[in-house]
Design a protein around this ligand. Structure first.
Ligand SMILES: [Zn+2]
Length: 137
């Protein structure tokens, strides 16, 4: 999983604005790396994490020149898109255990592990069909 946040960071890092102050530059880079790690972690563990691309872009955009921001967003969209697909299709290969996306009758998220490719645990398998209908798949 770290591989994905590091690859994302490595692609973005050369464009991070330099201030000429080494300590500040290191802190800015650290911020971007931490945000990449956070978003990758959340995608892997929170089935209801909406629009991670926008979340990450907002968190790091000020560290880049205005004219680079469009490119930054494209990099984020592409890298996170690839990662989201992997999480869905082959979570074990990237060391991810995705939680079930269903809610209990009390409205709490189900804590069981989801079946790879389904997004729901064994007890909530039938939710997969319901959600697909709801979004018109
Ligand atoms: Zn469940």
């Amino acid at each position: 999983m770290n591989k994905f946040s590091r690859n994302l960071f490595r692609e973005l890092a050369p464009a991070i604005v330099r201030t000429g102050n080494p300590e500040r530059d290191a802190a800015e880079r650290q911020h971007v790396l931490e945000q990449c790690e956070l978003v990758i972690q959340r995608i892997a563990t929170e089935p209801h994490f909406k629009d991670p691309e926008r979340f990450l872009f907002k968190a790091i955009r000020t560290r880049f020149l205005f004219q680079d921001q469009r490119w930054v967003r494209q990099v984020i969209d592409r890298r996170l898109g690839e990662f989201k697909l992997l999480v869905l299709e082959d979570p074990e290969a990237i060391g991810v255990t995705l939680n079930c996306a269903a809610y209990s009758s009390r409205g709490r998220p189900c804590r069981k592990q989801a079946i790879p490719g389904l997004g729901f645990c064994e007890a909530h398998q039938d939710w997969a069909g319901v959600e697909a209908e709801a979004v018109g798949v």
